[in-house]
Design a binder for this molecule. Structure first.
Ligand code: PGA
Length: 247
């Protein structure tokens, strides 16, 4: 399967620096395409200019969230058809920052993922345990429970990507060991057998403090099919080095 490295810019960047970063990445991708697929998920305000900057580069565009409804009276929200309309092929749903800051439940995440798929997008559904859950030995149970609640039934690899992001590893510089990542990803793969079609081909990304310095080691971990990169995606050189770990 083709690996996926997605950059989640979160709430960072004004037009000038976002477009400059996208242009730089697009130029690199055109000059020397990488083996992996690369997706940029800028803030909503930059979707259009970043989309324009990456035309013809092979880079993909993604949103960071979508509403479960296609349209309506939802001030401040963006729908999946709107993301599709401006050239997105991906949307992240259920990121832990949204689960925590906006109290998004598994049911809400599932509705958003279903909306994404209905609009023709591929949903990147995030799951991951808190520090307390890991400390109490509940990591795998928590992650499987989140998957069961957050995935619309029987999606396949064209419509679904799963991102395992331990909450305590996001933006902290702390990481699970390669062995811990391998255990959780294997457990996710097993759970996907009941929840998706073609479970072996559904990409499972790792996210949480992925940097140029640790990406290569993670590429060797079984069932790690790419990365969801936050802070490390805000620096072009760093992000390109991370993606280059896949050759
Ligand atoms: P980080 O964020 O790479 O800054 O840890 C990852 C994410 O939240 O997707």
């Amino acid at each position: 399967m083709r690996k996926l490295v997605a950059g989640n810019w979160k709430m960072n960047g004004l037009t000038a620096d976002g477009v400059a970063r996208a242009r730089d990445l697009a130029a690199r991708a055109k000059a020397a395409p990488l083996a992996c697929e690369i997706a940029l998920c800028p803030p909503a305000t930059l979707l259009v200019p970043v989309g324009q900057a990456i035309v013809g580069s092979g880079l993909a565009l993604g949103g960071q969230d979508c509403h479960a409804e296609p349209a309506g009276a939802h001030t401040g929200d963006i729908s999946a058809p709107m993301l599709k309309d401006v050239g997105c092929t991906y949307v992240i749903v259920g990121h832990s920052e949204r689960r925590h800051e906006y109290k998004e439940s598994d049911a809400v995440v599932r509705a958003k993922a279903a909306a994404a798929v209905a609009a023709g997008l591929c949903a990147i559904v995030c799951v991951g345990e808190s520090a307390a859950e890991r400390a109490s030995g509940r990591t795998e149970a928590v992650v499987v429970h989140q998957l069961q609640g957050s995935l619309p039934p029987k999606l396949g690899p064209a419509k679904l990507v799963v991102a395992y992001e331990p909450v305590w590893a996001i933006g902290s510089g702390r990481m699970p060991t390669a062995q811990d990542v391998a255990s959780v990803h294997a457990r996710i793969r097993e759970a996907l057998r009941d929840l998706t079609t073609e479970a072996v081909a559904v990409r499972i990304l790792y996210g949480g403090s992925v940097k140029a310095a640790n990406a290569r080691e993670l590429t060797a971990v079984a069932n790690v099919d790419g990365f969801l990169v936050g802070g490390g995606s805000l620096n072009t050189e760093e992000f390109w080095t991370i993606a280059s770990a896949y050759g």
